[in-house]
Design a protein. Sequence first.
Length: 364
Amino acid sequence: MLKFALRRIAASLLILLGTTVFIYALLLAAPGGPEQKYANNPRFTPQQQQAYVKALGLDKPVPVQYCRWLGACRRDADGLDALIGPTGFPSFLPPAISGVYTGIIHGELGYSYFNGESVADLIAAAALPTLILAGLSIVIWLTLAVLVGVYTGVNNGGRLDNSVTTVTYVLSTFPVFLLGFLIMWLFAIVLDLTPVDGMVNGRESPAFGSDLYWGYFSANPAAALLDLGAHLILPVMTLVIVSFSGDSRYVRASVIDSLSMEHVRTARAKGLTRGRVLMRHALRTALVPFATNIGLALPFLFGGALITESIFSWPGVGRLTLQATNNLDYPLLMSILLIGSVMVVIGNLVADLLYAILDPRVRL
């Protein structure tokens, strides 16, 4: 297991390096850029535009720009000297060794082209709302998918199985944006049961994440939690329905296949009870494919649901991604894509390890 994990980590680092090249090349080929922000501003002279581009290091060759963004080259040196840090060690080594503190491999993500704020601070501020929304959604969606999938799989062909399967098929056909607007229209507008959007009631509570909010939360924890819970209902419902519909059918199909396997039939022939056959033999095999979905839920946890966060004005990473795209804020967009790639790699590793734990036939 340890050797497999080390091999996967080494391979993942190479994959992530290739991903950084792809992300940088993709956004480099995209239209616009920071210099276009002031291109049509008559008060921004050509000399000022050139100084702005030079200050950002965009006058350098593309390989040099990429190397500096990555952190393998110093920004205060040129040529081969940039590859060596102030301490005499290579620039890509940890800051304590190389003396280089800039670049993504050193944890420095740069600054927003749009408002000049630290990219790391912007992502950190959006991460908690996404963690709350996506984390709660994942727990509910996976739990429901397993419970409903197992029950309908065990009772295959019954009335409830046919009804649930039909409903999940219908729900899975709805685009997420349409489902989100329908849920908002029904529960927030027609029935007036929940808030329409946002994360807190702005008339009673300060903006979520601000110092004033945490002061308000400390003074009124019950009211703050109830307010947050009320705003969570609609976006969580949207995410759960979208994800649960497909996964429950996936678990159902796995359970049906597992119940027809030889080792399960043998357990039944030995006189084991139905519950013991199901829990000790059938489910362990049936849930192995579902382990992949659990591992791949990690990228979802970080990225959130881009469309859902936009529909419900949820101030998370998904909404931040849309804003960065609209503003051509490349440092912010590249950092979000890179962190998402890291989560995908970690998710795949977790899925492989879960496979080995659940299925004794798998040898790593």
